[in-house]
Ligand binder design. Structure first.
Ligand SMILES: O=P(O)(O)OC[C@H]1O[C@@H](O)[C@H](O)[C@@H](O)[C@@H]1O
Length: 298
């Protein structure tokens, strides 16, 4: 299986493209953000907005942005995650690293696998308002699936609490037809219903704006897509929570880099450590949050 790894530029962003046979993965150094992933001629698996902007300092809409060292609105995070931020200015949504330049530590092939490794040197004490020293690394591996793993190692001498997510946007045929399998019986927080806690019955179908934090999850979820005749599988490690998100009609109009009708063609399943699944990193401890993404015909 031929593997080709190339550095390319897309507008203002330095990117890496791995080709493995007829599979292609695109990753921006900024935010160590996976931008797109497709297998052969099939529609992409990871969704990238047709209105995506490739500008410095601004997360690209689509792909897999990294939310770290907190997920979402800091004020909605557990106390110890909030306390880790000491900044005077309002804490940015989804943490501090998605618009930063990460460094490519390595690009290599191991047999049939293409590998990129990035590190975020700013997390070692230079993030604004976040005075902790954490070694933060992202490894991306492409074999017949896409494997993304984010490792945080606390190099300080005090514990530090983080929440985080691999904010994955999936490309789908039609939001009205897809379902997410594996959530049955799980607790979730419905952020659109006053953050009330509920319990999932059966598979999830999208019937309106959806913004939920699922808890106590099993390690495998599926996104079933009858229109594209496929089932995307997510296998996670180091995670018991995920955010299921679709902005639907009104919020789509308020989002940056997002076409008014794009909500029909994407759904986010964000592999996470959030709410009571947050991570407390003791001095010297490390934690890896990982997802492997594959697709099969149905
Ligand atoms: O526009 P952003 O900052 O990339 O956030 C997109 C979405 O990210 C999701 O993770 C949140 O649950 C949503 O509430 C949010 O709208």
């Amino acid at each position: 299986m031929p593997i080709d790894i190339q550095r390319i530029e897309i507008d203002q962003l330095a990117c890496w493209r791995i080709r493995r046979g007829d599979n292609e993965l695109l990753v921006a150094e900024q935010g160590a953000q996976v931008l797109s992933y497709r297998q052969g001629d099939a529609p992409p698996i990871i969704w990238l907005s047709e209105e995506a902007a490739f500008q410095q300092g601004q997360s690209v809409r689509g792909g897999v942005p990294i939310c770290w060292p907190w997920f979402g609105d800091l004020k909605r995070n557990p106390e110890n995650v909030q306390a880790a931020y000491r900044g005077e200015t309002e804490a940015p949504f989804h943490g501090l690293v998605r618009g930063l330049d990460w460094q490519l530590a390595q690009q290599r092939c191991e047999g049939d696998t293409g590998i990129l490794e990035f590190s975020c040197p700013q997390a070692l004490g230079a993030l604004p308002g976040w005075p902790h020293r954490v070694e933060l690394k992202l490894q991306i591996r492409l074999d017949e699936r896409l494997h993304i793993s984010l490792t945080s190692r606390n190099l300080g001498d005090q514990p530090v609490a983080i929440s985080q997510a691999l904010h994955s946007y999936f490309a789908i045929g039609d939001i009205h037809q897809v379902s997410v399998e594996g959530l049955d019986g799980c607790r979730y927080i419905d952020t659109l219903e006053n953050w009330q806690q509920r319990q999932q019955q059966g598979d999830l179908r999208f019937t309106g704006e959806t913004d939920r934090i699922y808890l106590d999850l099993p390690p495998t979820l599926h996104l079933r897509d009858p229109q594209l005749n496929r089932r995307i599988t997510l296998q996670t490690r180091g995670s018991r929570s995920a955010i299921l998100w679709n902005p639907w009609i009104d919020k789509a109009q308020r989002l940056s880099q997002f076409a008014d009708d794009a909500w029909q063609r994407m759904a986010c399943i964000e592999t996470a450590n959030t709410m009571d699944d947050r991570v407390l990193l003791n001095a010297g401890a490390s934690h890896t949050l990982a997802v492997s993404i594959g697709s099969e015909s149905i």
